[in-house]
Design a protein around this ligand. Structure first.
Ligand SMILES: C[S@@+](CC[C@H](N)C(=O)[O-])C[C@H]1O[C@@H](n2cnc3c(N)ncnc32)[C@H](O)[C@@H]1O
Length: 273
């Protein structure tokens, strides 16, 4: 079994921080060791040093990405933190906008993006928003984005979706696909996914920007305080003044210089500057 030296731990932590902002304090050494050791063994490598060398080269066959996936959690599910979706519904029903553009930054497998799509489709059907609505989902991980585009989920992940809504928007798997659910084509065509590193400058305009609603939920946990602040302020440049901004309810105060009005736990409005 490979052992992780302090020096190699520091180098791995610096690589993760320098490239995608992930922050690993020295107390996280056992976590890095236990998450990467089985992978090193599976690849037939002899040491953490060899693995570090592999993930440091551009020609790594996607292994850096794999390491990121092993060191972060992609956990997500449909209508996570339902109060946020209730707030969006109330706000849109009141404003009745013609256009709604949403960005799910750190979308993981797409549950947040498709949950929002179900809500917007229903609001449109009830005549409460116009027909011009779209959703962009982005994440650092190729693997989750690939899965998000296929829009196939274990039914368990949609446990918070009421049966009527499920029936309206999803296809139920049969035979070999029993227990799986696919998001229907009408919603899929409204939701686009792309890779974006939240710790890098946003090049060009994101499709749909400026957004009316931005989710940045359950990802700030991975960043150190200066990185968190930079990420939040960068993301907020893509939200229109007056737009809604969400972080995870357990993530505490939102660290940023952009003026925000607090609406509810994890929910904010960008103050018109
Ligand atoms: C726990 S999931 C959050 C999913 C969803 N937003 C939610 O709240 O259910 C965290 C996601 O952040 C992504 N992530 C981590 N670092 C990132 C970065 N620097 N840029 C973009 N995404 C990142 C991970 O790949 C992972 O899919």
């Amino acid at each position: 079994m490979a052992t992780l030296s302090d020096r190699t731990f520091t180098q791995i932590a610096e690589l993760m921080h320098g490239s995608i902002g992930l922050s690993f304090a020295p107390s996280k050494k056992p976590l890095i060791s236990s998450r990467l050791a089985p992978r090193i063994q599976r690849l037939g490598l002899g040491s953490f040093e060899e693995y570090l060398q592999l993930i440091s080269t551009p020609d790594d066959g996607g292994e850096f990405q794999m390491a990121v996936d092993l060191l972060t959690t992609n956990e997500t599910y449909f209508f996570r933190e339902p109060a946020h979706f209730e707030l969006i519904e109330a706000e849109l029903a009141r404003e009745r906008p013609r256009r709604v553009a949403v960005w799910s930054a750190a979308s993981s497998f797409g549950d947040e993006a498709y949950s929002t799509a179900m809500l917007l489709a229903d609001l449109h059907q009830r005549g409460q928003i116009g027909s011009d609505w779209s959703i962009l989902g982005t994440d650092i991980s190729d693997r989750v984005l690939h899965s998000a585009s296929s829009a196939i989920y274990p039914a368990e992940r949609l446990r918070q979706v009421p049966p009527e809504r499920l029936k309206r928007h999803c296809l139920k798997g049969e035979g070999e696909s029993e227990g799986l659910v696919q998001i229907g084509p009408k919603l899929r065509e409204r939701v686009k996914f792309g890779q974006l590193n939240l710790c890098a400058a946003i090049e060009g305009g994101l499709p749909g920007a400026p957004f009316d609603i931005v989710f940045l939920r359950n990802v700030l946990i991975y960043f150190d305080p200066p990185t968190k602040r930079a990420v939040v302020d960068r993301v907020l440049t893509q939200l229109r003044p007056g737009g809604l901004f969400f972080i995870g309810t357990a993530e505490g105060r939102v660290p940023c210089d952009t003026p925000l009005q607090v609406l509810a736990p994890g929910a904010f409005r960008k103050v018109a500057g």
